[in-house]
Design a protein around this ligand. Sequence first.
Ligand SMILES: Cc1cc2nc3c(=O)[nH]c(=O)nc-3n(C[C@H](O)[C@H](O)[C@H](O)COP(=O)(O)OP(=O)(O)OC[C@H]3O[C@@H](n4cnc5c(N)ncnc54)[C@H](O)[C@@H]3O)c2cc1C
Length: 470
Amino acid sequence: MPTEALIARLTDLLGPKGVVTDPALVEPHLVEWRGLYRGSASVVVKPATTEEVAAVVKLCAETRTPIVPQGGNTGLVGGAVAEAGTVILSLARMNRVRAIDKAAYTLTVEAGVVLADVQKAAEEADRLFPLSLAAEGSCQIGGNLSTNAGGTAVLRYGNSRDLVLGIEAVLPNGEIYNGLHGLRKDNTGYDLRHLLIGAEGTLGIITAAVLKLFPRPRDIATALVAVADPQGAIDTLALLRERSGDTVTMFELMSRFSIETVLRHVPGTSDPLETESAWYALIELSSPRAGGDLQNALEEGLGEAMENGWVVDAAIAQNDTQRAAFRRIREEISDAQKHEGGSIKHDVSVPLASVPVFLARADAAIEKLIPGTRPCSFGHAGDGNLHYNLSQPVGADREAFLQQWEAANRVVHDIVQELGGSFSAEHGIGKLKVHELEHYKSPAALEAMRQIKRALDPYTIMNPGKVIAL
Ligand SMILES: Cc1cc2nc3c(=O)[nH]c(=O)nc-3n(C[C@H](O)[C@H](O)[C@H](O)COP(=O)(O)OP(=O)(O)OC[C@H]3O[C@@H](n4cnc5c(N)ncnc54)[C@H](O)[C@@H]3O)c2cc1C
């Protein structure tokens, strides 16, 4: 428990606005999105500047007080869960756009800017910041970078890591690392930017970043497509990339069951296709060139895919309202699945060509382990990334089903490993997957990670217990 004396010193540094101890105001910081964990910390600090973050970290290093950085608290692996005795450091007050450079296509923002506001700032300057995910109304750019978030536009623009030119951070000893430049070229030794991105707050606190911008899309074509099977989806993706001048920005695979959960539980949604199929794809093409060529390219490409037997039915959005309705079906899957009872989650990636074999093998193995389980498979299939979530059998006991979490993970992750994939494609390790990292990562990689952690954070104050077990 942080002592009265520590709280008094934190208040001296940040003023009363910067230190929260009222249990009702601390509460939202203890709730974890999936309900797997519950935090028990009693203090939240809310610094407003990088210097204030540095001062807090110095004090915590001196008193050996563990710190849990927190952004929008939308992470899905318990990375922002704070145990009793830790201080939660919220970046919420560091929410300024510091600079925009239209000619250089860069945007400099503080870590606490909500992702949707980053997108808006880019748009106001007639530019695009392409990172996009269903939690964008609450997650913060600092959290996105700390988890190296993926989302729906990775196929074209890359992960968060690919969207950052420079970073400012406070290291575990309280020193400020100022790498906040917009240089496209800078080969001056180890790149701390890439060490901090994806570190989930275990190596320091990201306080600001220079982000890459892109020209805004002026031609967009979107389709919701029933495919014959996952192989048909992959073949269609390859064809569309070729036929559209490589303008495919989004390619999301969805099983019939995942779509049905949305149609059943989300008011205002409807089945956009007459033909029922076991698999669907949400496809979007976009280009900064105006002119309407993409709708034609999409129609022609899908026509060819139909002739090849890969696509069985397709609806192409005729306006923005239809486009939004198609996207909504994909975005609502995670929430809708909650109404189907207990769910065991997987966030895996495999080489693209192995997506069909992964799905077939995993479905068979899970049916053997827990008969009647309903796989709710969907995800960023263009990147080989699937959220292979398992809904409990109808009528089963929720708690008994969830007790099979680790057994199901082992079965699924072993298949992923055999196919040369990753057991955590985009959500990270956090608290949830520390033991999976121990199990699957090579001893050489684990030892190097431990040495880095010990070197930068000798007192283990930075988000202890997350990512790597020491
Ligand atoms: C509905 C929904 C959809 C999602 N879809 C996707 C998706 O498509 N792709 C995807 O990749 N993720 C997705 N996520 C997961 C989540 O939104 C992302 O991981 C997001 O990037 C987390 O940002 P946050 O600000 O909420 O971070 P938090 O949850 O607050 O923190 C996440 C981790 O980062 C650390 N951290 C936060 N801020 C900082 C900082 N400034 N410096 C250092 N460490 C920090 C925390 O300690 C924690 O370990 C989704 C989540 C939800 C709820």
